[in-house]
Design a protein around this ligand. Sequence first.
Ligand SMILES: [Zn+2]
Length: 231
Amino acid sequence: MHTRDVSSADISPADALQFLKEGNFRFVTALHQPRDLLDQMEKTKEGQTPFAAIVSCMDSRTSVELVFDQGFGAVFSIRNAGNVVGTTVLGSLEYAAAVVGVKLIVILGHTGCGAIRGAIDGVKLGHLTALLENICSPAESAGWRMVHADGTSCNAALVAQVTERNVRRGVARVLEQSPAIRALVEEEQLGIVPAVYDIATGRIRFHDTPADAPGVAPTARKRQPQGLESD
Ligand SMILES: [Zn+2]
């Protein structure tokens, strides 16, 4: 198991995913890596080489450095209500991937998400209204109330389905709307995966198998010089 904080240098997208899985394992088993944060602060003051960028919800129970057991300088953390992928998130991810060179993007949802529940219930409140409509449209939420016996956020199965859809849709939006990121993924220099954090167990379930996320999972192959890719 990897036991030190890492940077993006000389690791593959698959390595980056493995580091996050191992970090989450340490979190749920209370085997946190000992860290001197002031020492890390000193070592990172001149620059950063984080290995992953994680788009997650602002929920106070889902801080990514904690649930992935990472220290300073290891990951970009991009957060908003409902882990919605919009223009500011896309720009931040392009900086992380194309400028700084992270090896993995994770779109991370979570169980018990207030934004998902609010979107399902068609909550209207100032600027939050438009944000939640990125998760589901008013027409969709109205349709669910017609189709389901309980088409509200009290329906746990519906909340889980919308949570899953939201992270998968986030990955699709990144790939559709960012040619720069799509090119890096196609060149296998960058991986992108959806995942869901369980606020009751601390476990993160990644959708990184081909069946879960065809074409977007980081491969097990190490990065090769361009033009020398082989199957
Ligand atoms: Zn949330």
